[in-house]
Write a protein that binds this ligand. Structure first.
Ligand code: HEC
Length: 108
């Protein structure tokens, strides 16, 4: 996948960084990418790609399939805001835990 450094326009936000931070983040992302991960969800996401080269996880067939039963209105709840706020529902997301028992959809 092509990697661009066009961080002045990162999904509409200016996310410019200095070179050292860019390198450090790039190293982290490559090391932890689904191509290099042994996590079950990573295999499933990669297997669902089928020629789809999107860079947004929420546009992958696997992500869409797993979240299709969640009503759009739920993602708009105040404590969630939008579909990219993974850790609003996946409470141990930052520890890499995506198990069902680690999912709690906020009530408001
Ligand atoms: C509104 C709450 C909510 C948000 C926000 C959300 N998810 Fe989920 N996610 C769920 C629920 C509920 C499931 C379980 C669906 C099922 O089991 O049918 C799930 C399932 C998953 C799974 C499958 C886990 C497995 O082991 O089968 C992955 C991977 C995942 N989510 C990643 C993400 C990522 C990445 C984001 C952010 C881009 C995200 N989710 C945002 C609620 C959410």
């Amino acid at each position: 996948m092509q990697c661009s450094h066009n961080l002045e326009n990162h999904f509409g936000d200016d996310a410019s960084l200095d070179e050292a931070d860019v390198l450090s983040i790039k190293e982290y992302l490559v090391k932890n990418s689904s191509d290099n991960s042994s996590k079950e969800a990573s295999f499933k996401i990669l297997n669902s790609m089928d020629g789809n080269d999107t860079i947004a996880i929420t546009k992958t067939p696997y992500w869409k399939e797993r979240h299709k039963d969640i009503e759009v209105g739920i993602f708009k709840r105040k404590s969630i805001g939008n579909i990219s706020n993974c850790k609003a529902c996946h409470v141990n997301f930052e520890q890499g835990l995506l198990n069902d028992k680690d999912i709690k959809i906020p009530k408001r």
